[in-house]
Write a protein that binds this ligand. Structure first.
Ligand SMILES: [Zn+2]
Length: 165
């Protein structure tokens, strides 16, 4: 299967302020392994959103979804879980020695590659103490231990409420 994580932007580069819709499905060529979570080799990734040509490069705005594996921090079981994230990134046409653009993804030729962006988003958003669905339900969970009498009012405001009675 061809690597379709690259998207041709020749048309966008020629037309400032032009927006292209993207609906891209591709497979991550290399596995991502962050020890307790990761993405298996050749996992399918969906990316949809828009690419807009702006001064200095191309802006990406959209949603990415794929599947991760994770190892439960309680029972050690490996499970597959869906991953979804909003993405907002800038691909720079700037030259390599421009230090202001150090954090950007660079445009090489007429194509941008979504794979590095997806990998970075996964690495930045994953939970490093994941729990399998069973442990998440049975184990200690702050949601479960929430005081049922707590009506969600800030205690400081509750005092004010009493004062106004
Ligand atoms: Zn577990």
């Amino acid at each position: 299967m061809a690597n379709t994580s690259s998207f041709n932007i020749a048309n966008l580069l020629k037309n400032l302020n032009e927006t292209n819709e993207i609906h891209s499905t591709f497979r991550l060529e290399d596995a991502l392994d962050l020890s307790v979570v990761g993405v298996a080799e050749s996992t399918e990734v969906d990316l949809s959103g828009t690419l807009t040509s702006i001064t200095g490069g191309i802006a990406l705005s959209g949603n990415v979804s794929t599947r991760l594996w994770q190892i439960c921090s309680s029972c050690g079981k490996k499970t597959e879980v869906p991953f979804k994230s909003q993405v907002s990134e800038f691909f720079s046409t700037g030259v390599d020695d421009d230090e202001d653009f150090e954090e950007d993804y660079r445009i090489e030729g007429d194509e941008i590659d979504f794979a590095p962006v997806v990998r970075d988003y996964i690495a930045a958003s994953v939970e490093f103490s994941p729990r399998c669905p069973e442990c998440a339900v049975s184990g200690f969970n702050t949601q479960t231990f929430r005081d049922p009498d707590d009506d969600g009012i800030d205690p400081r405001l509750a005092k004010l409420k009493d004062f106004l009675k």
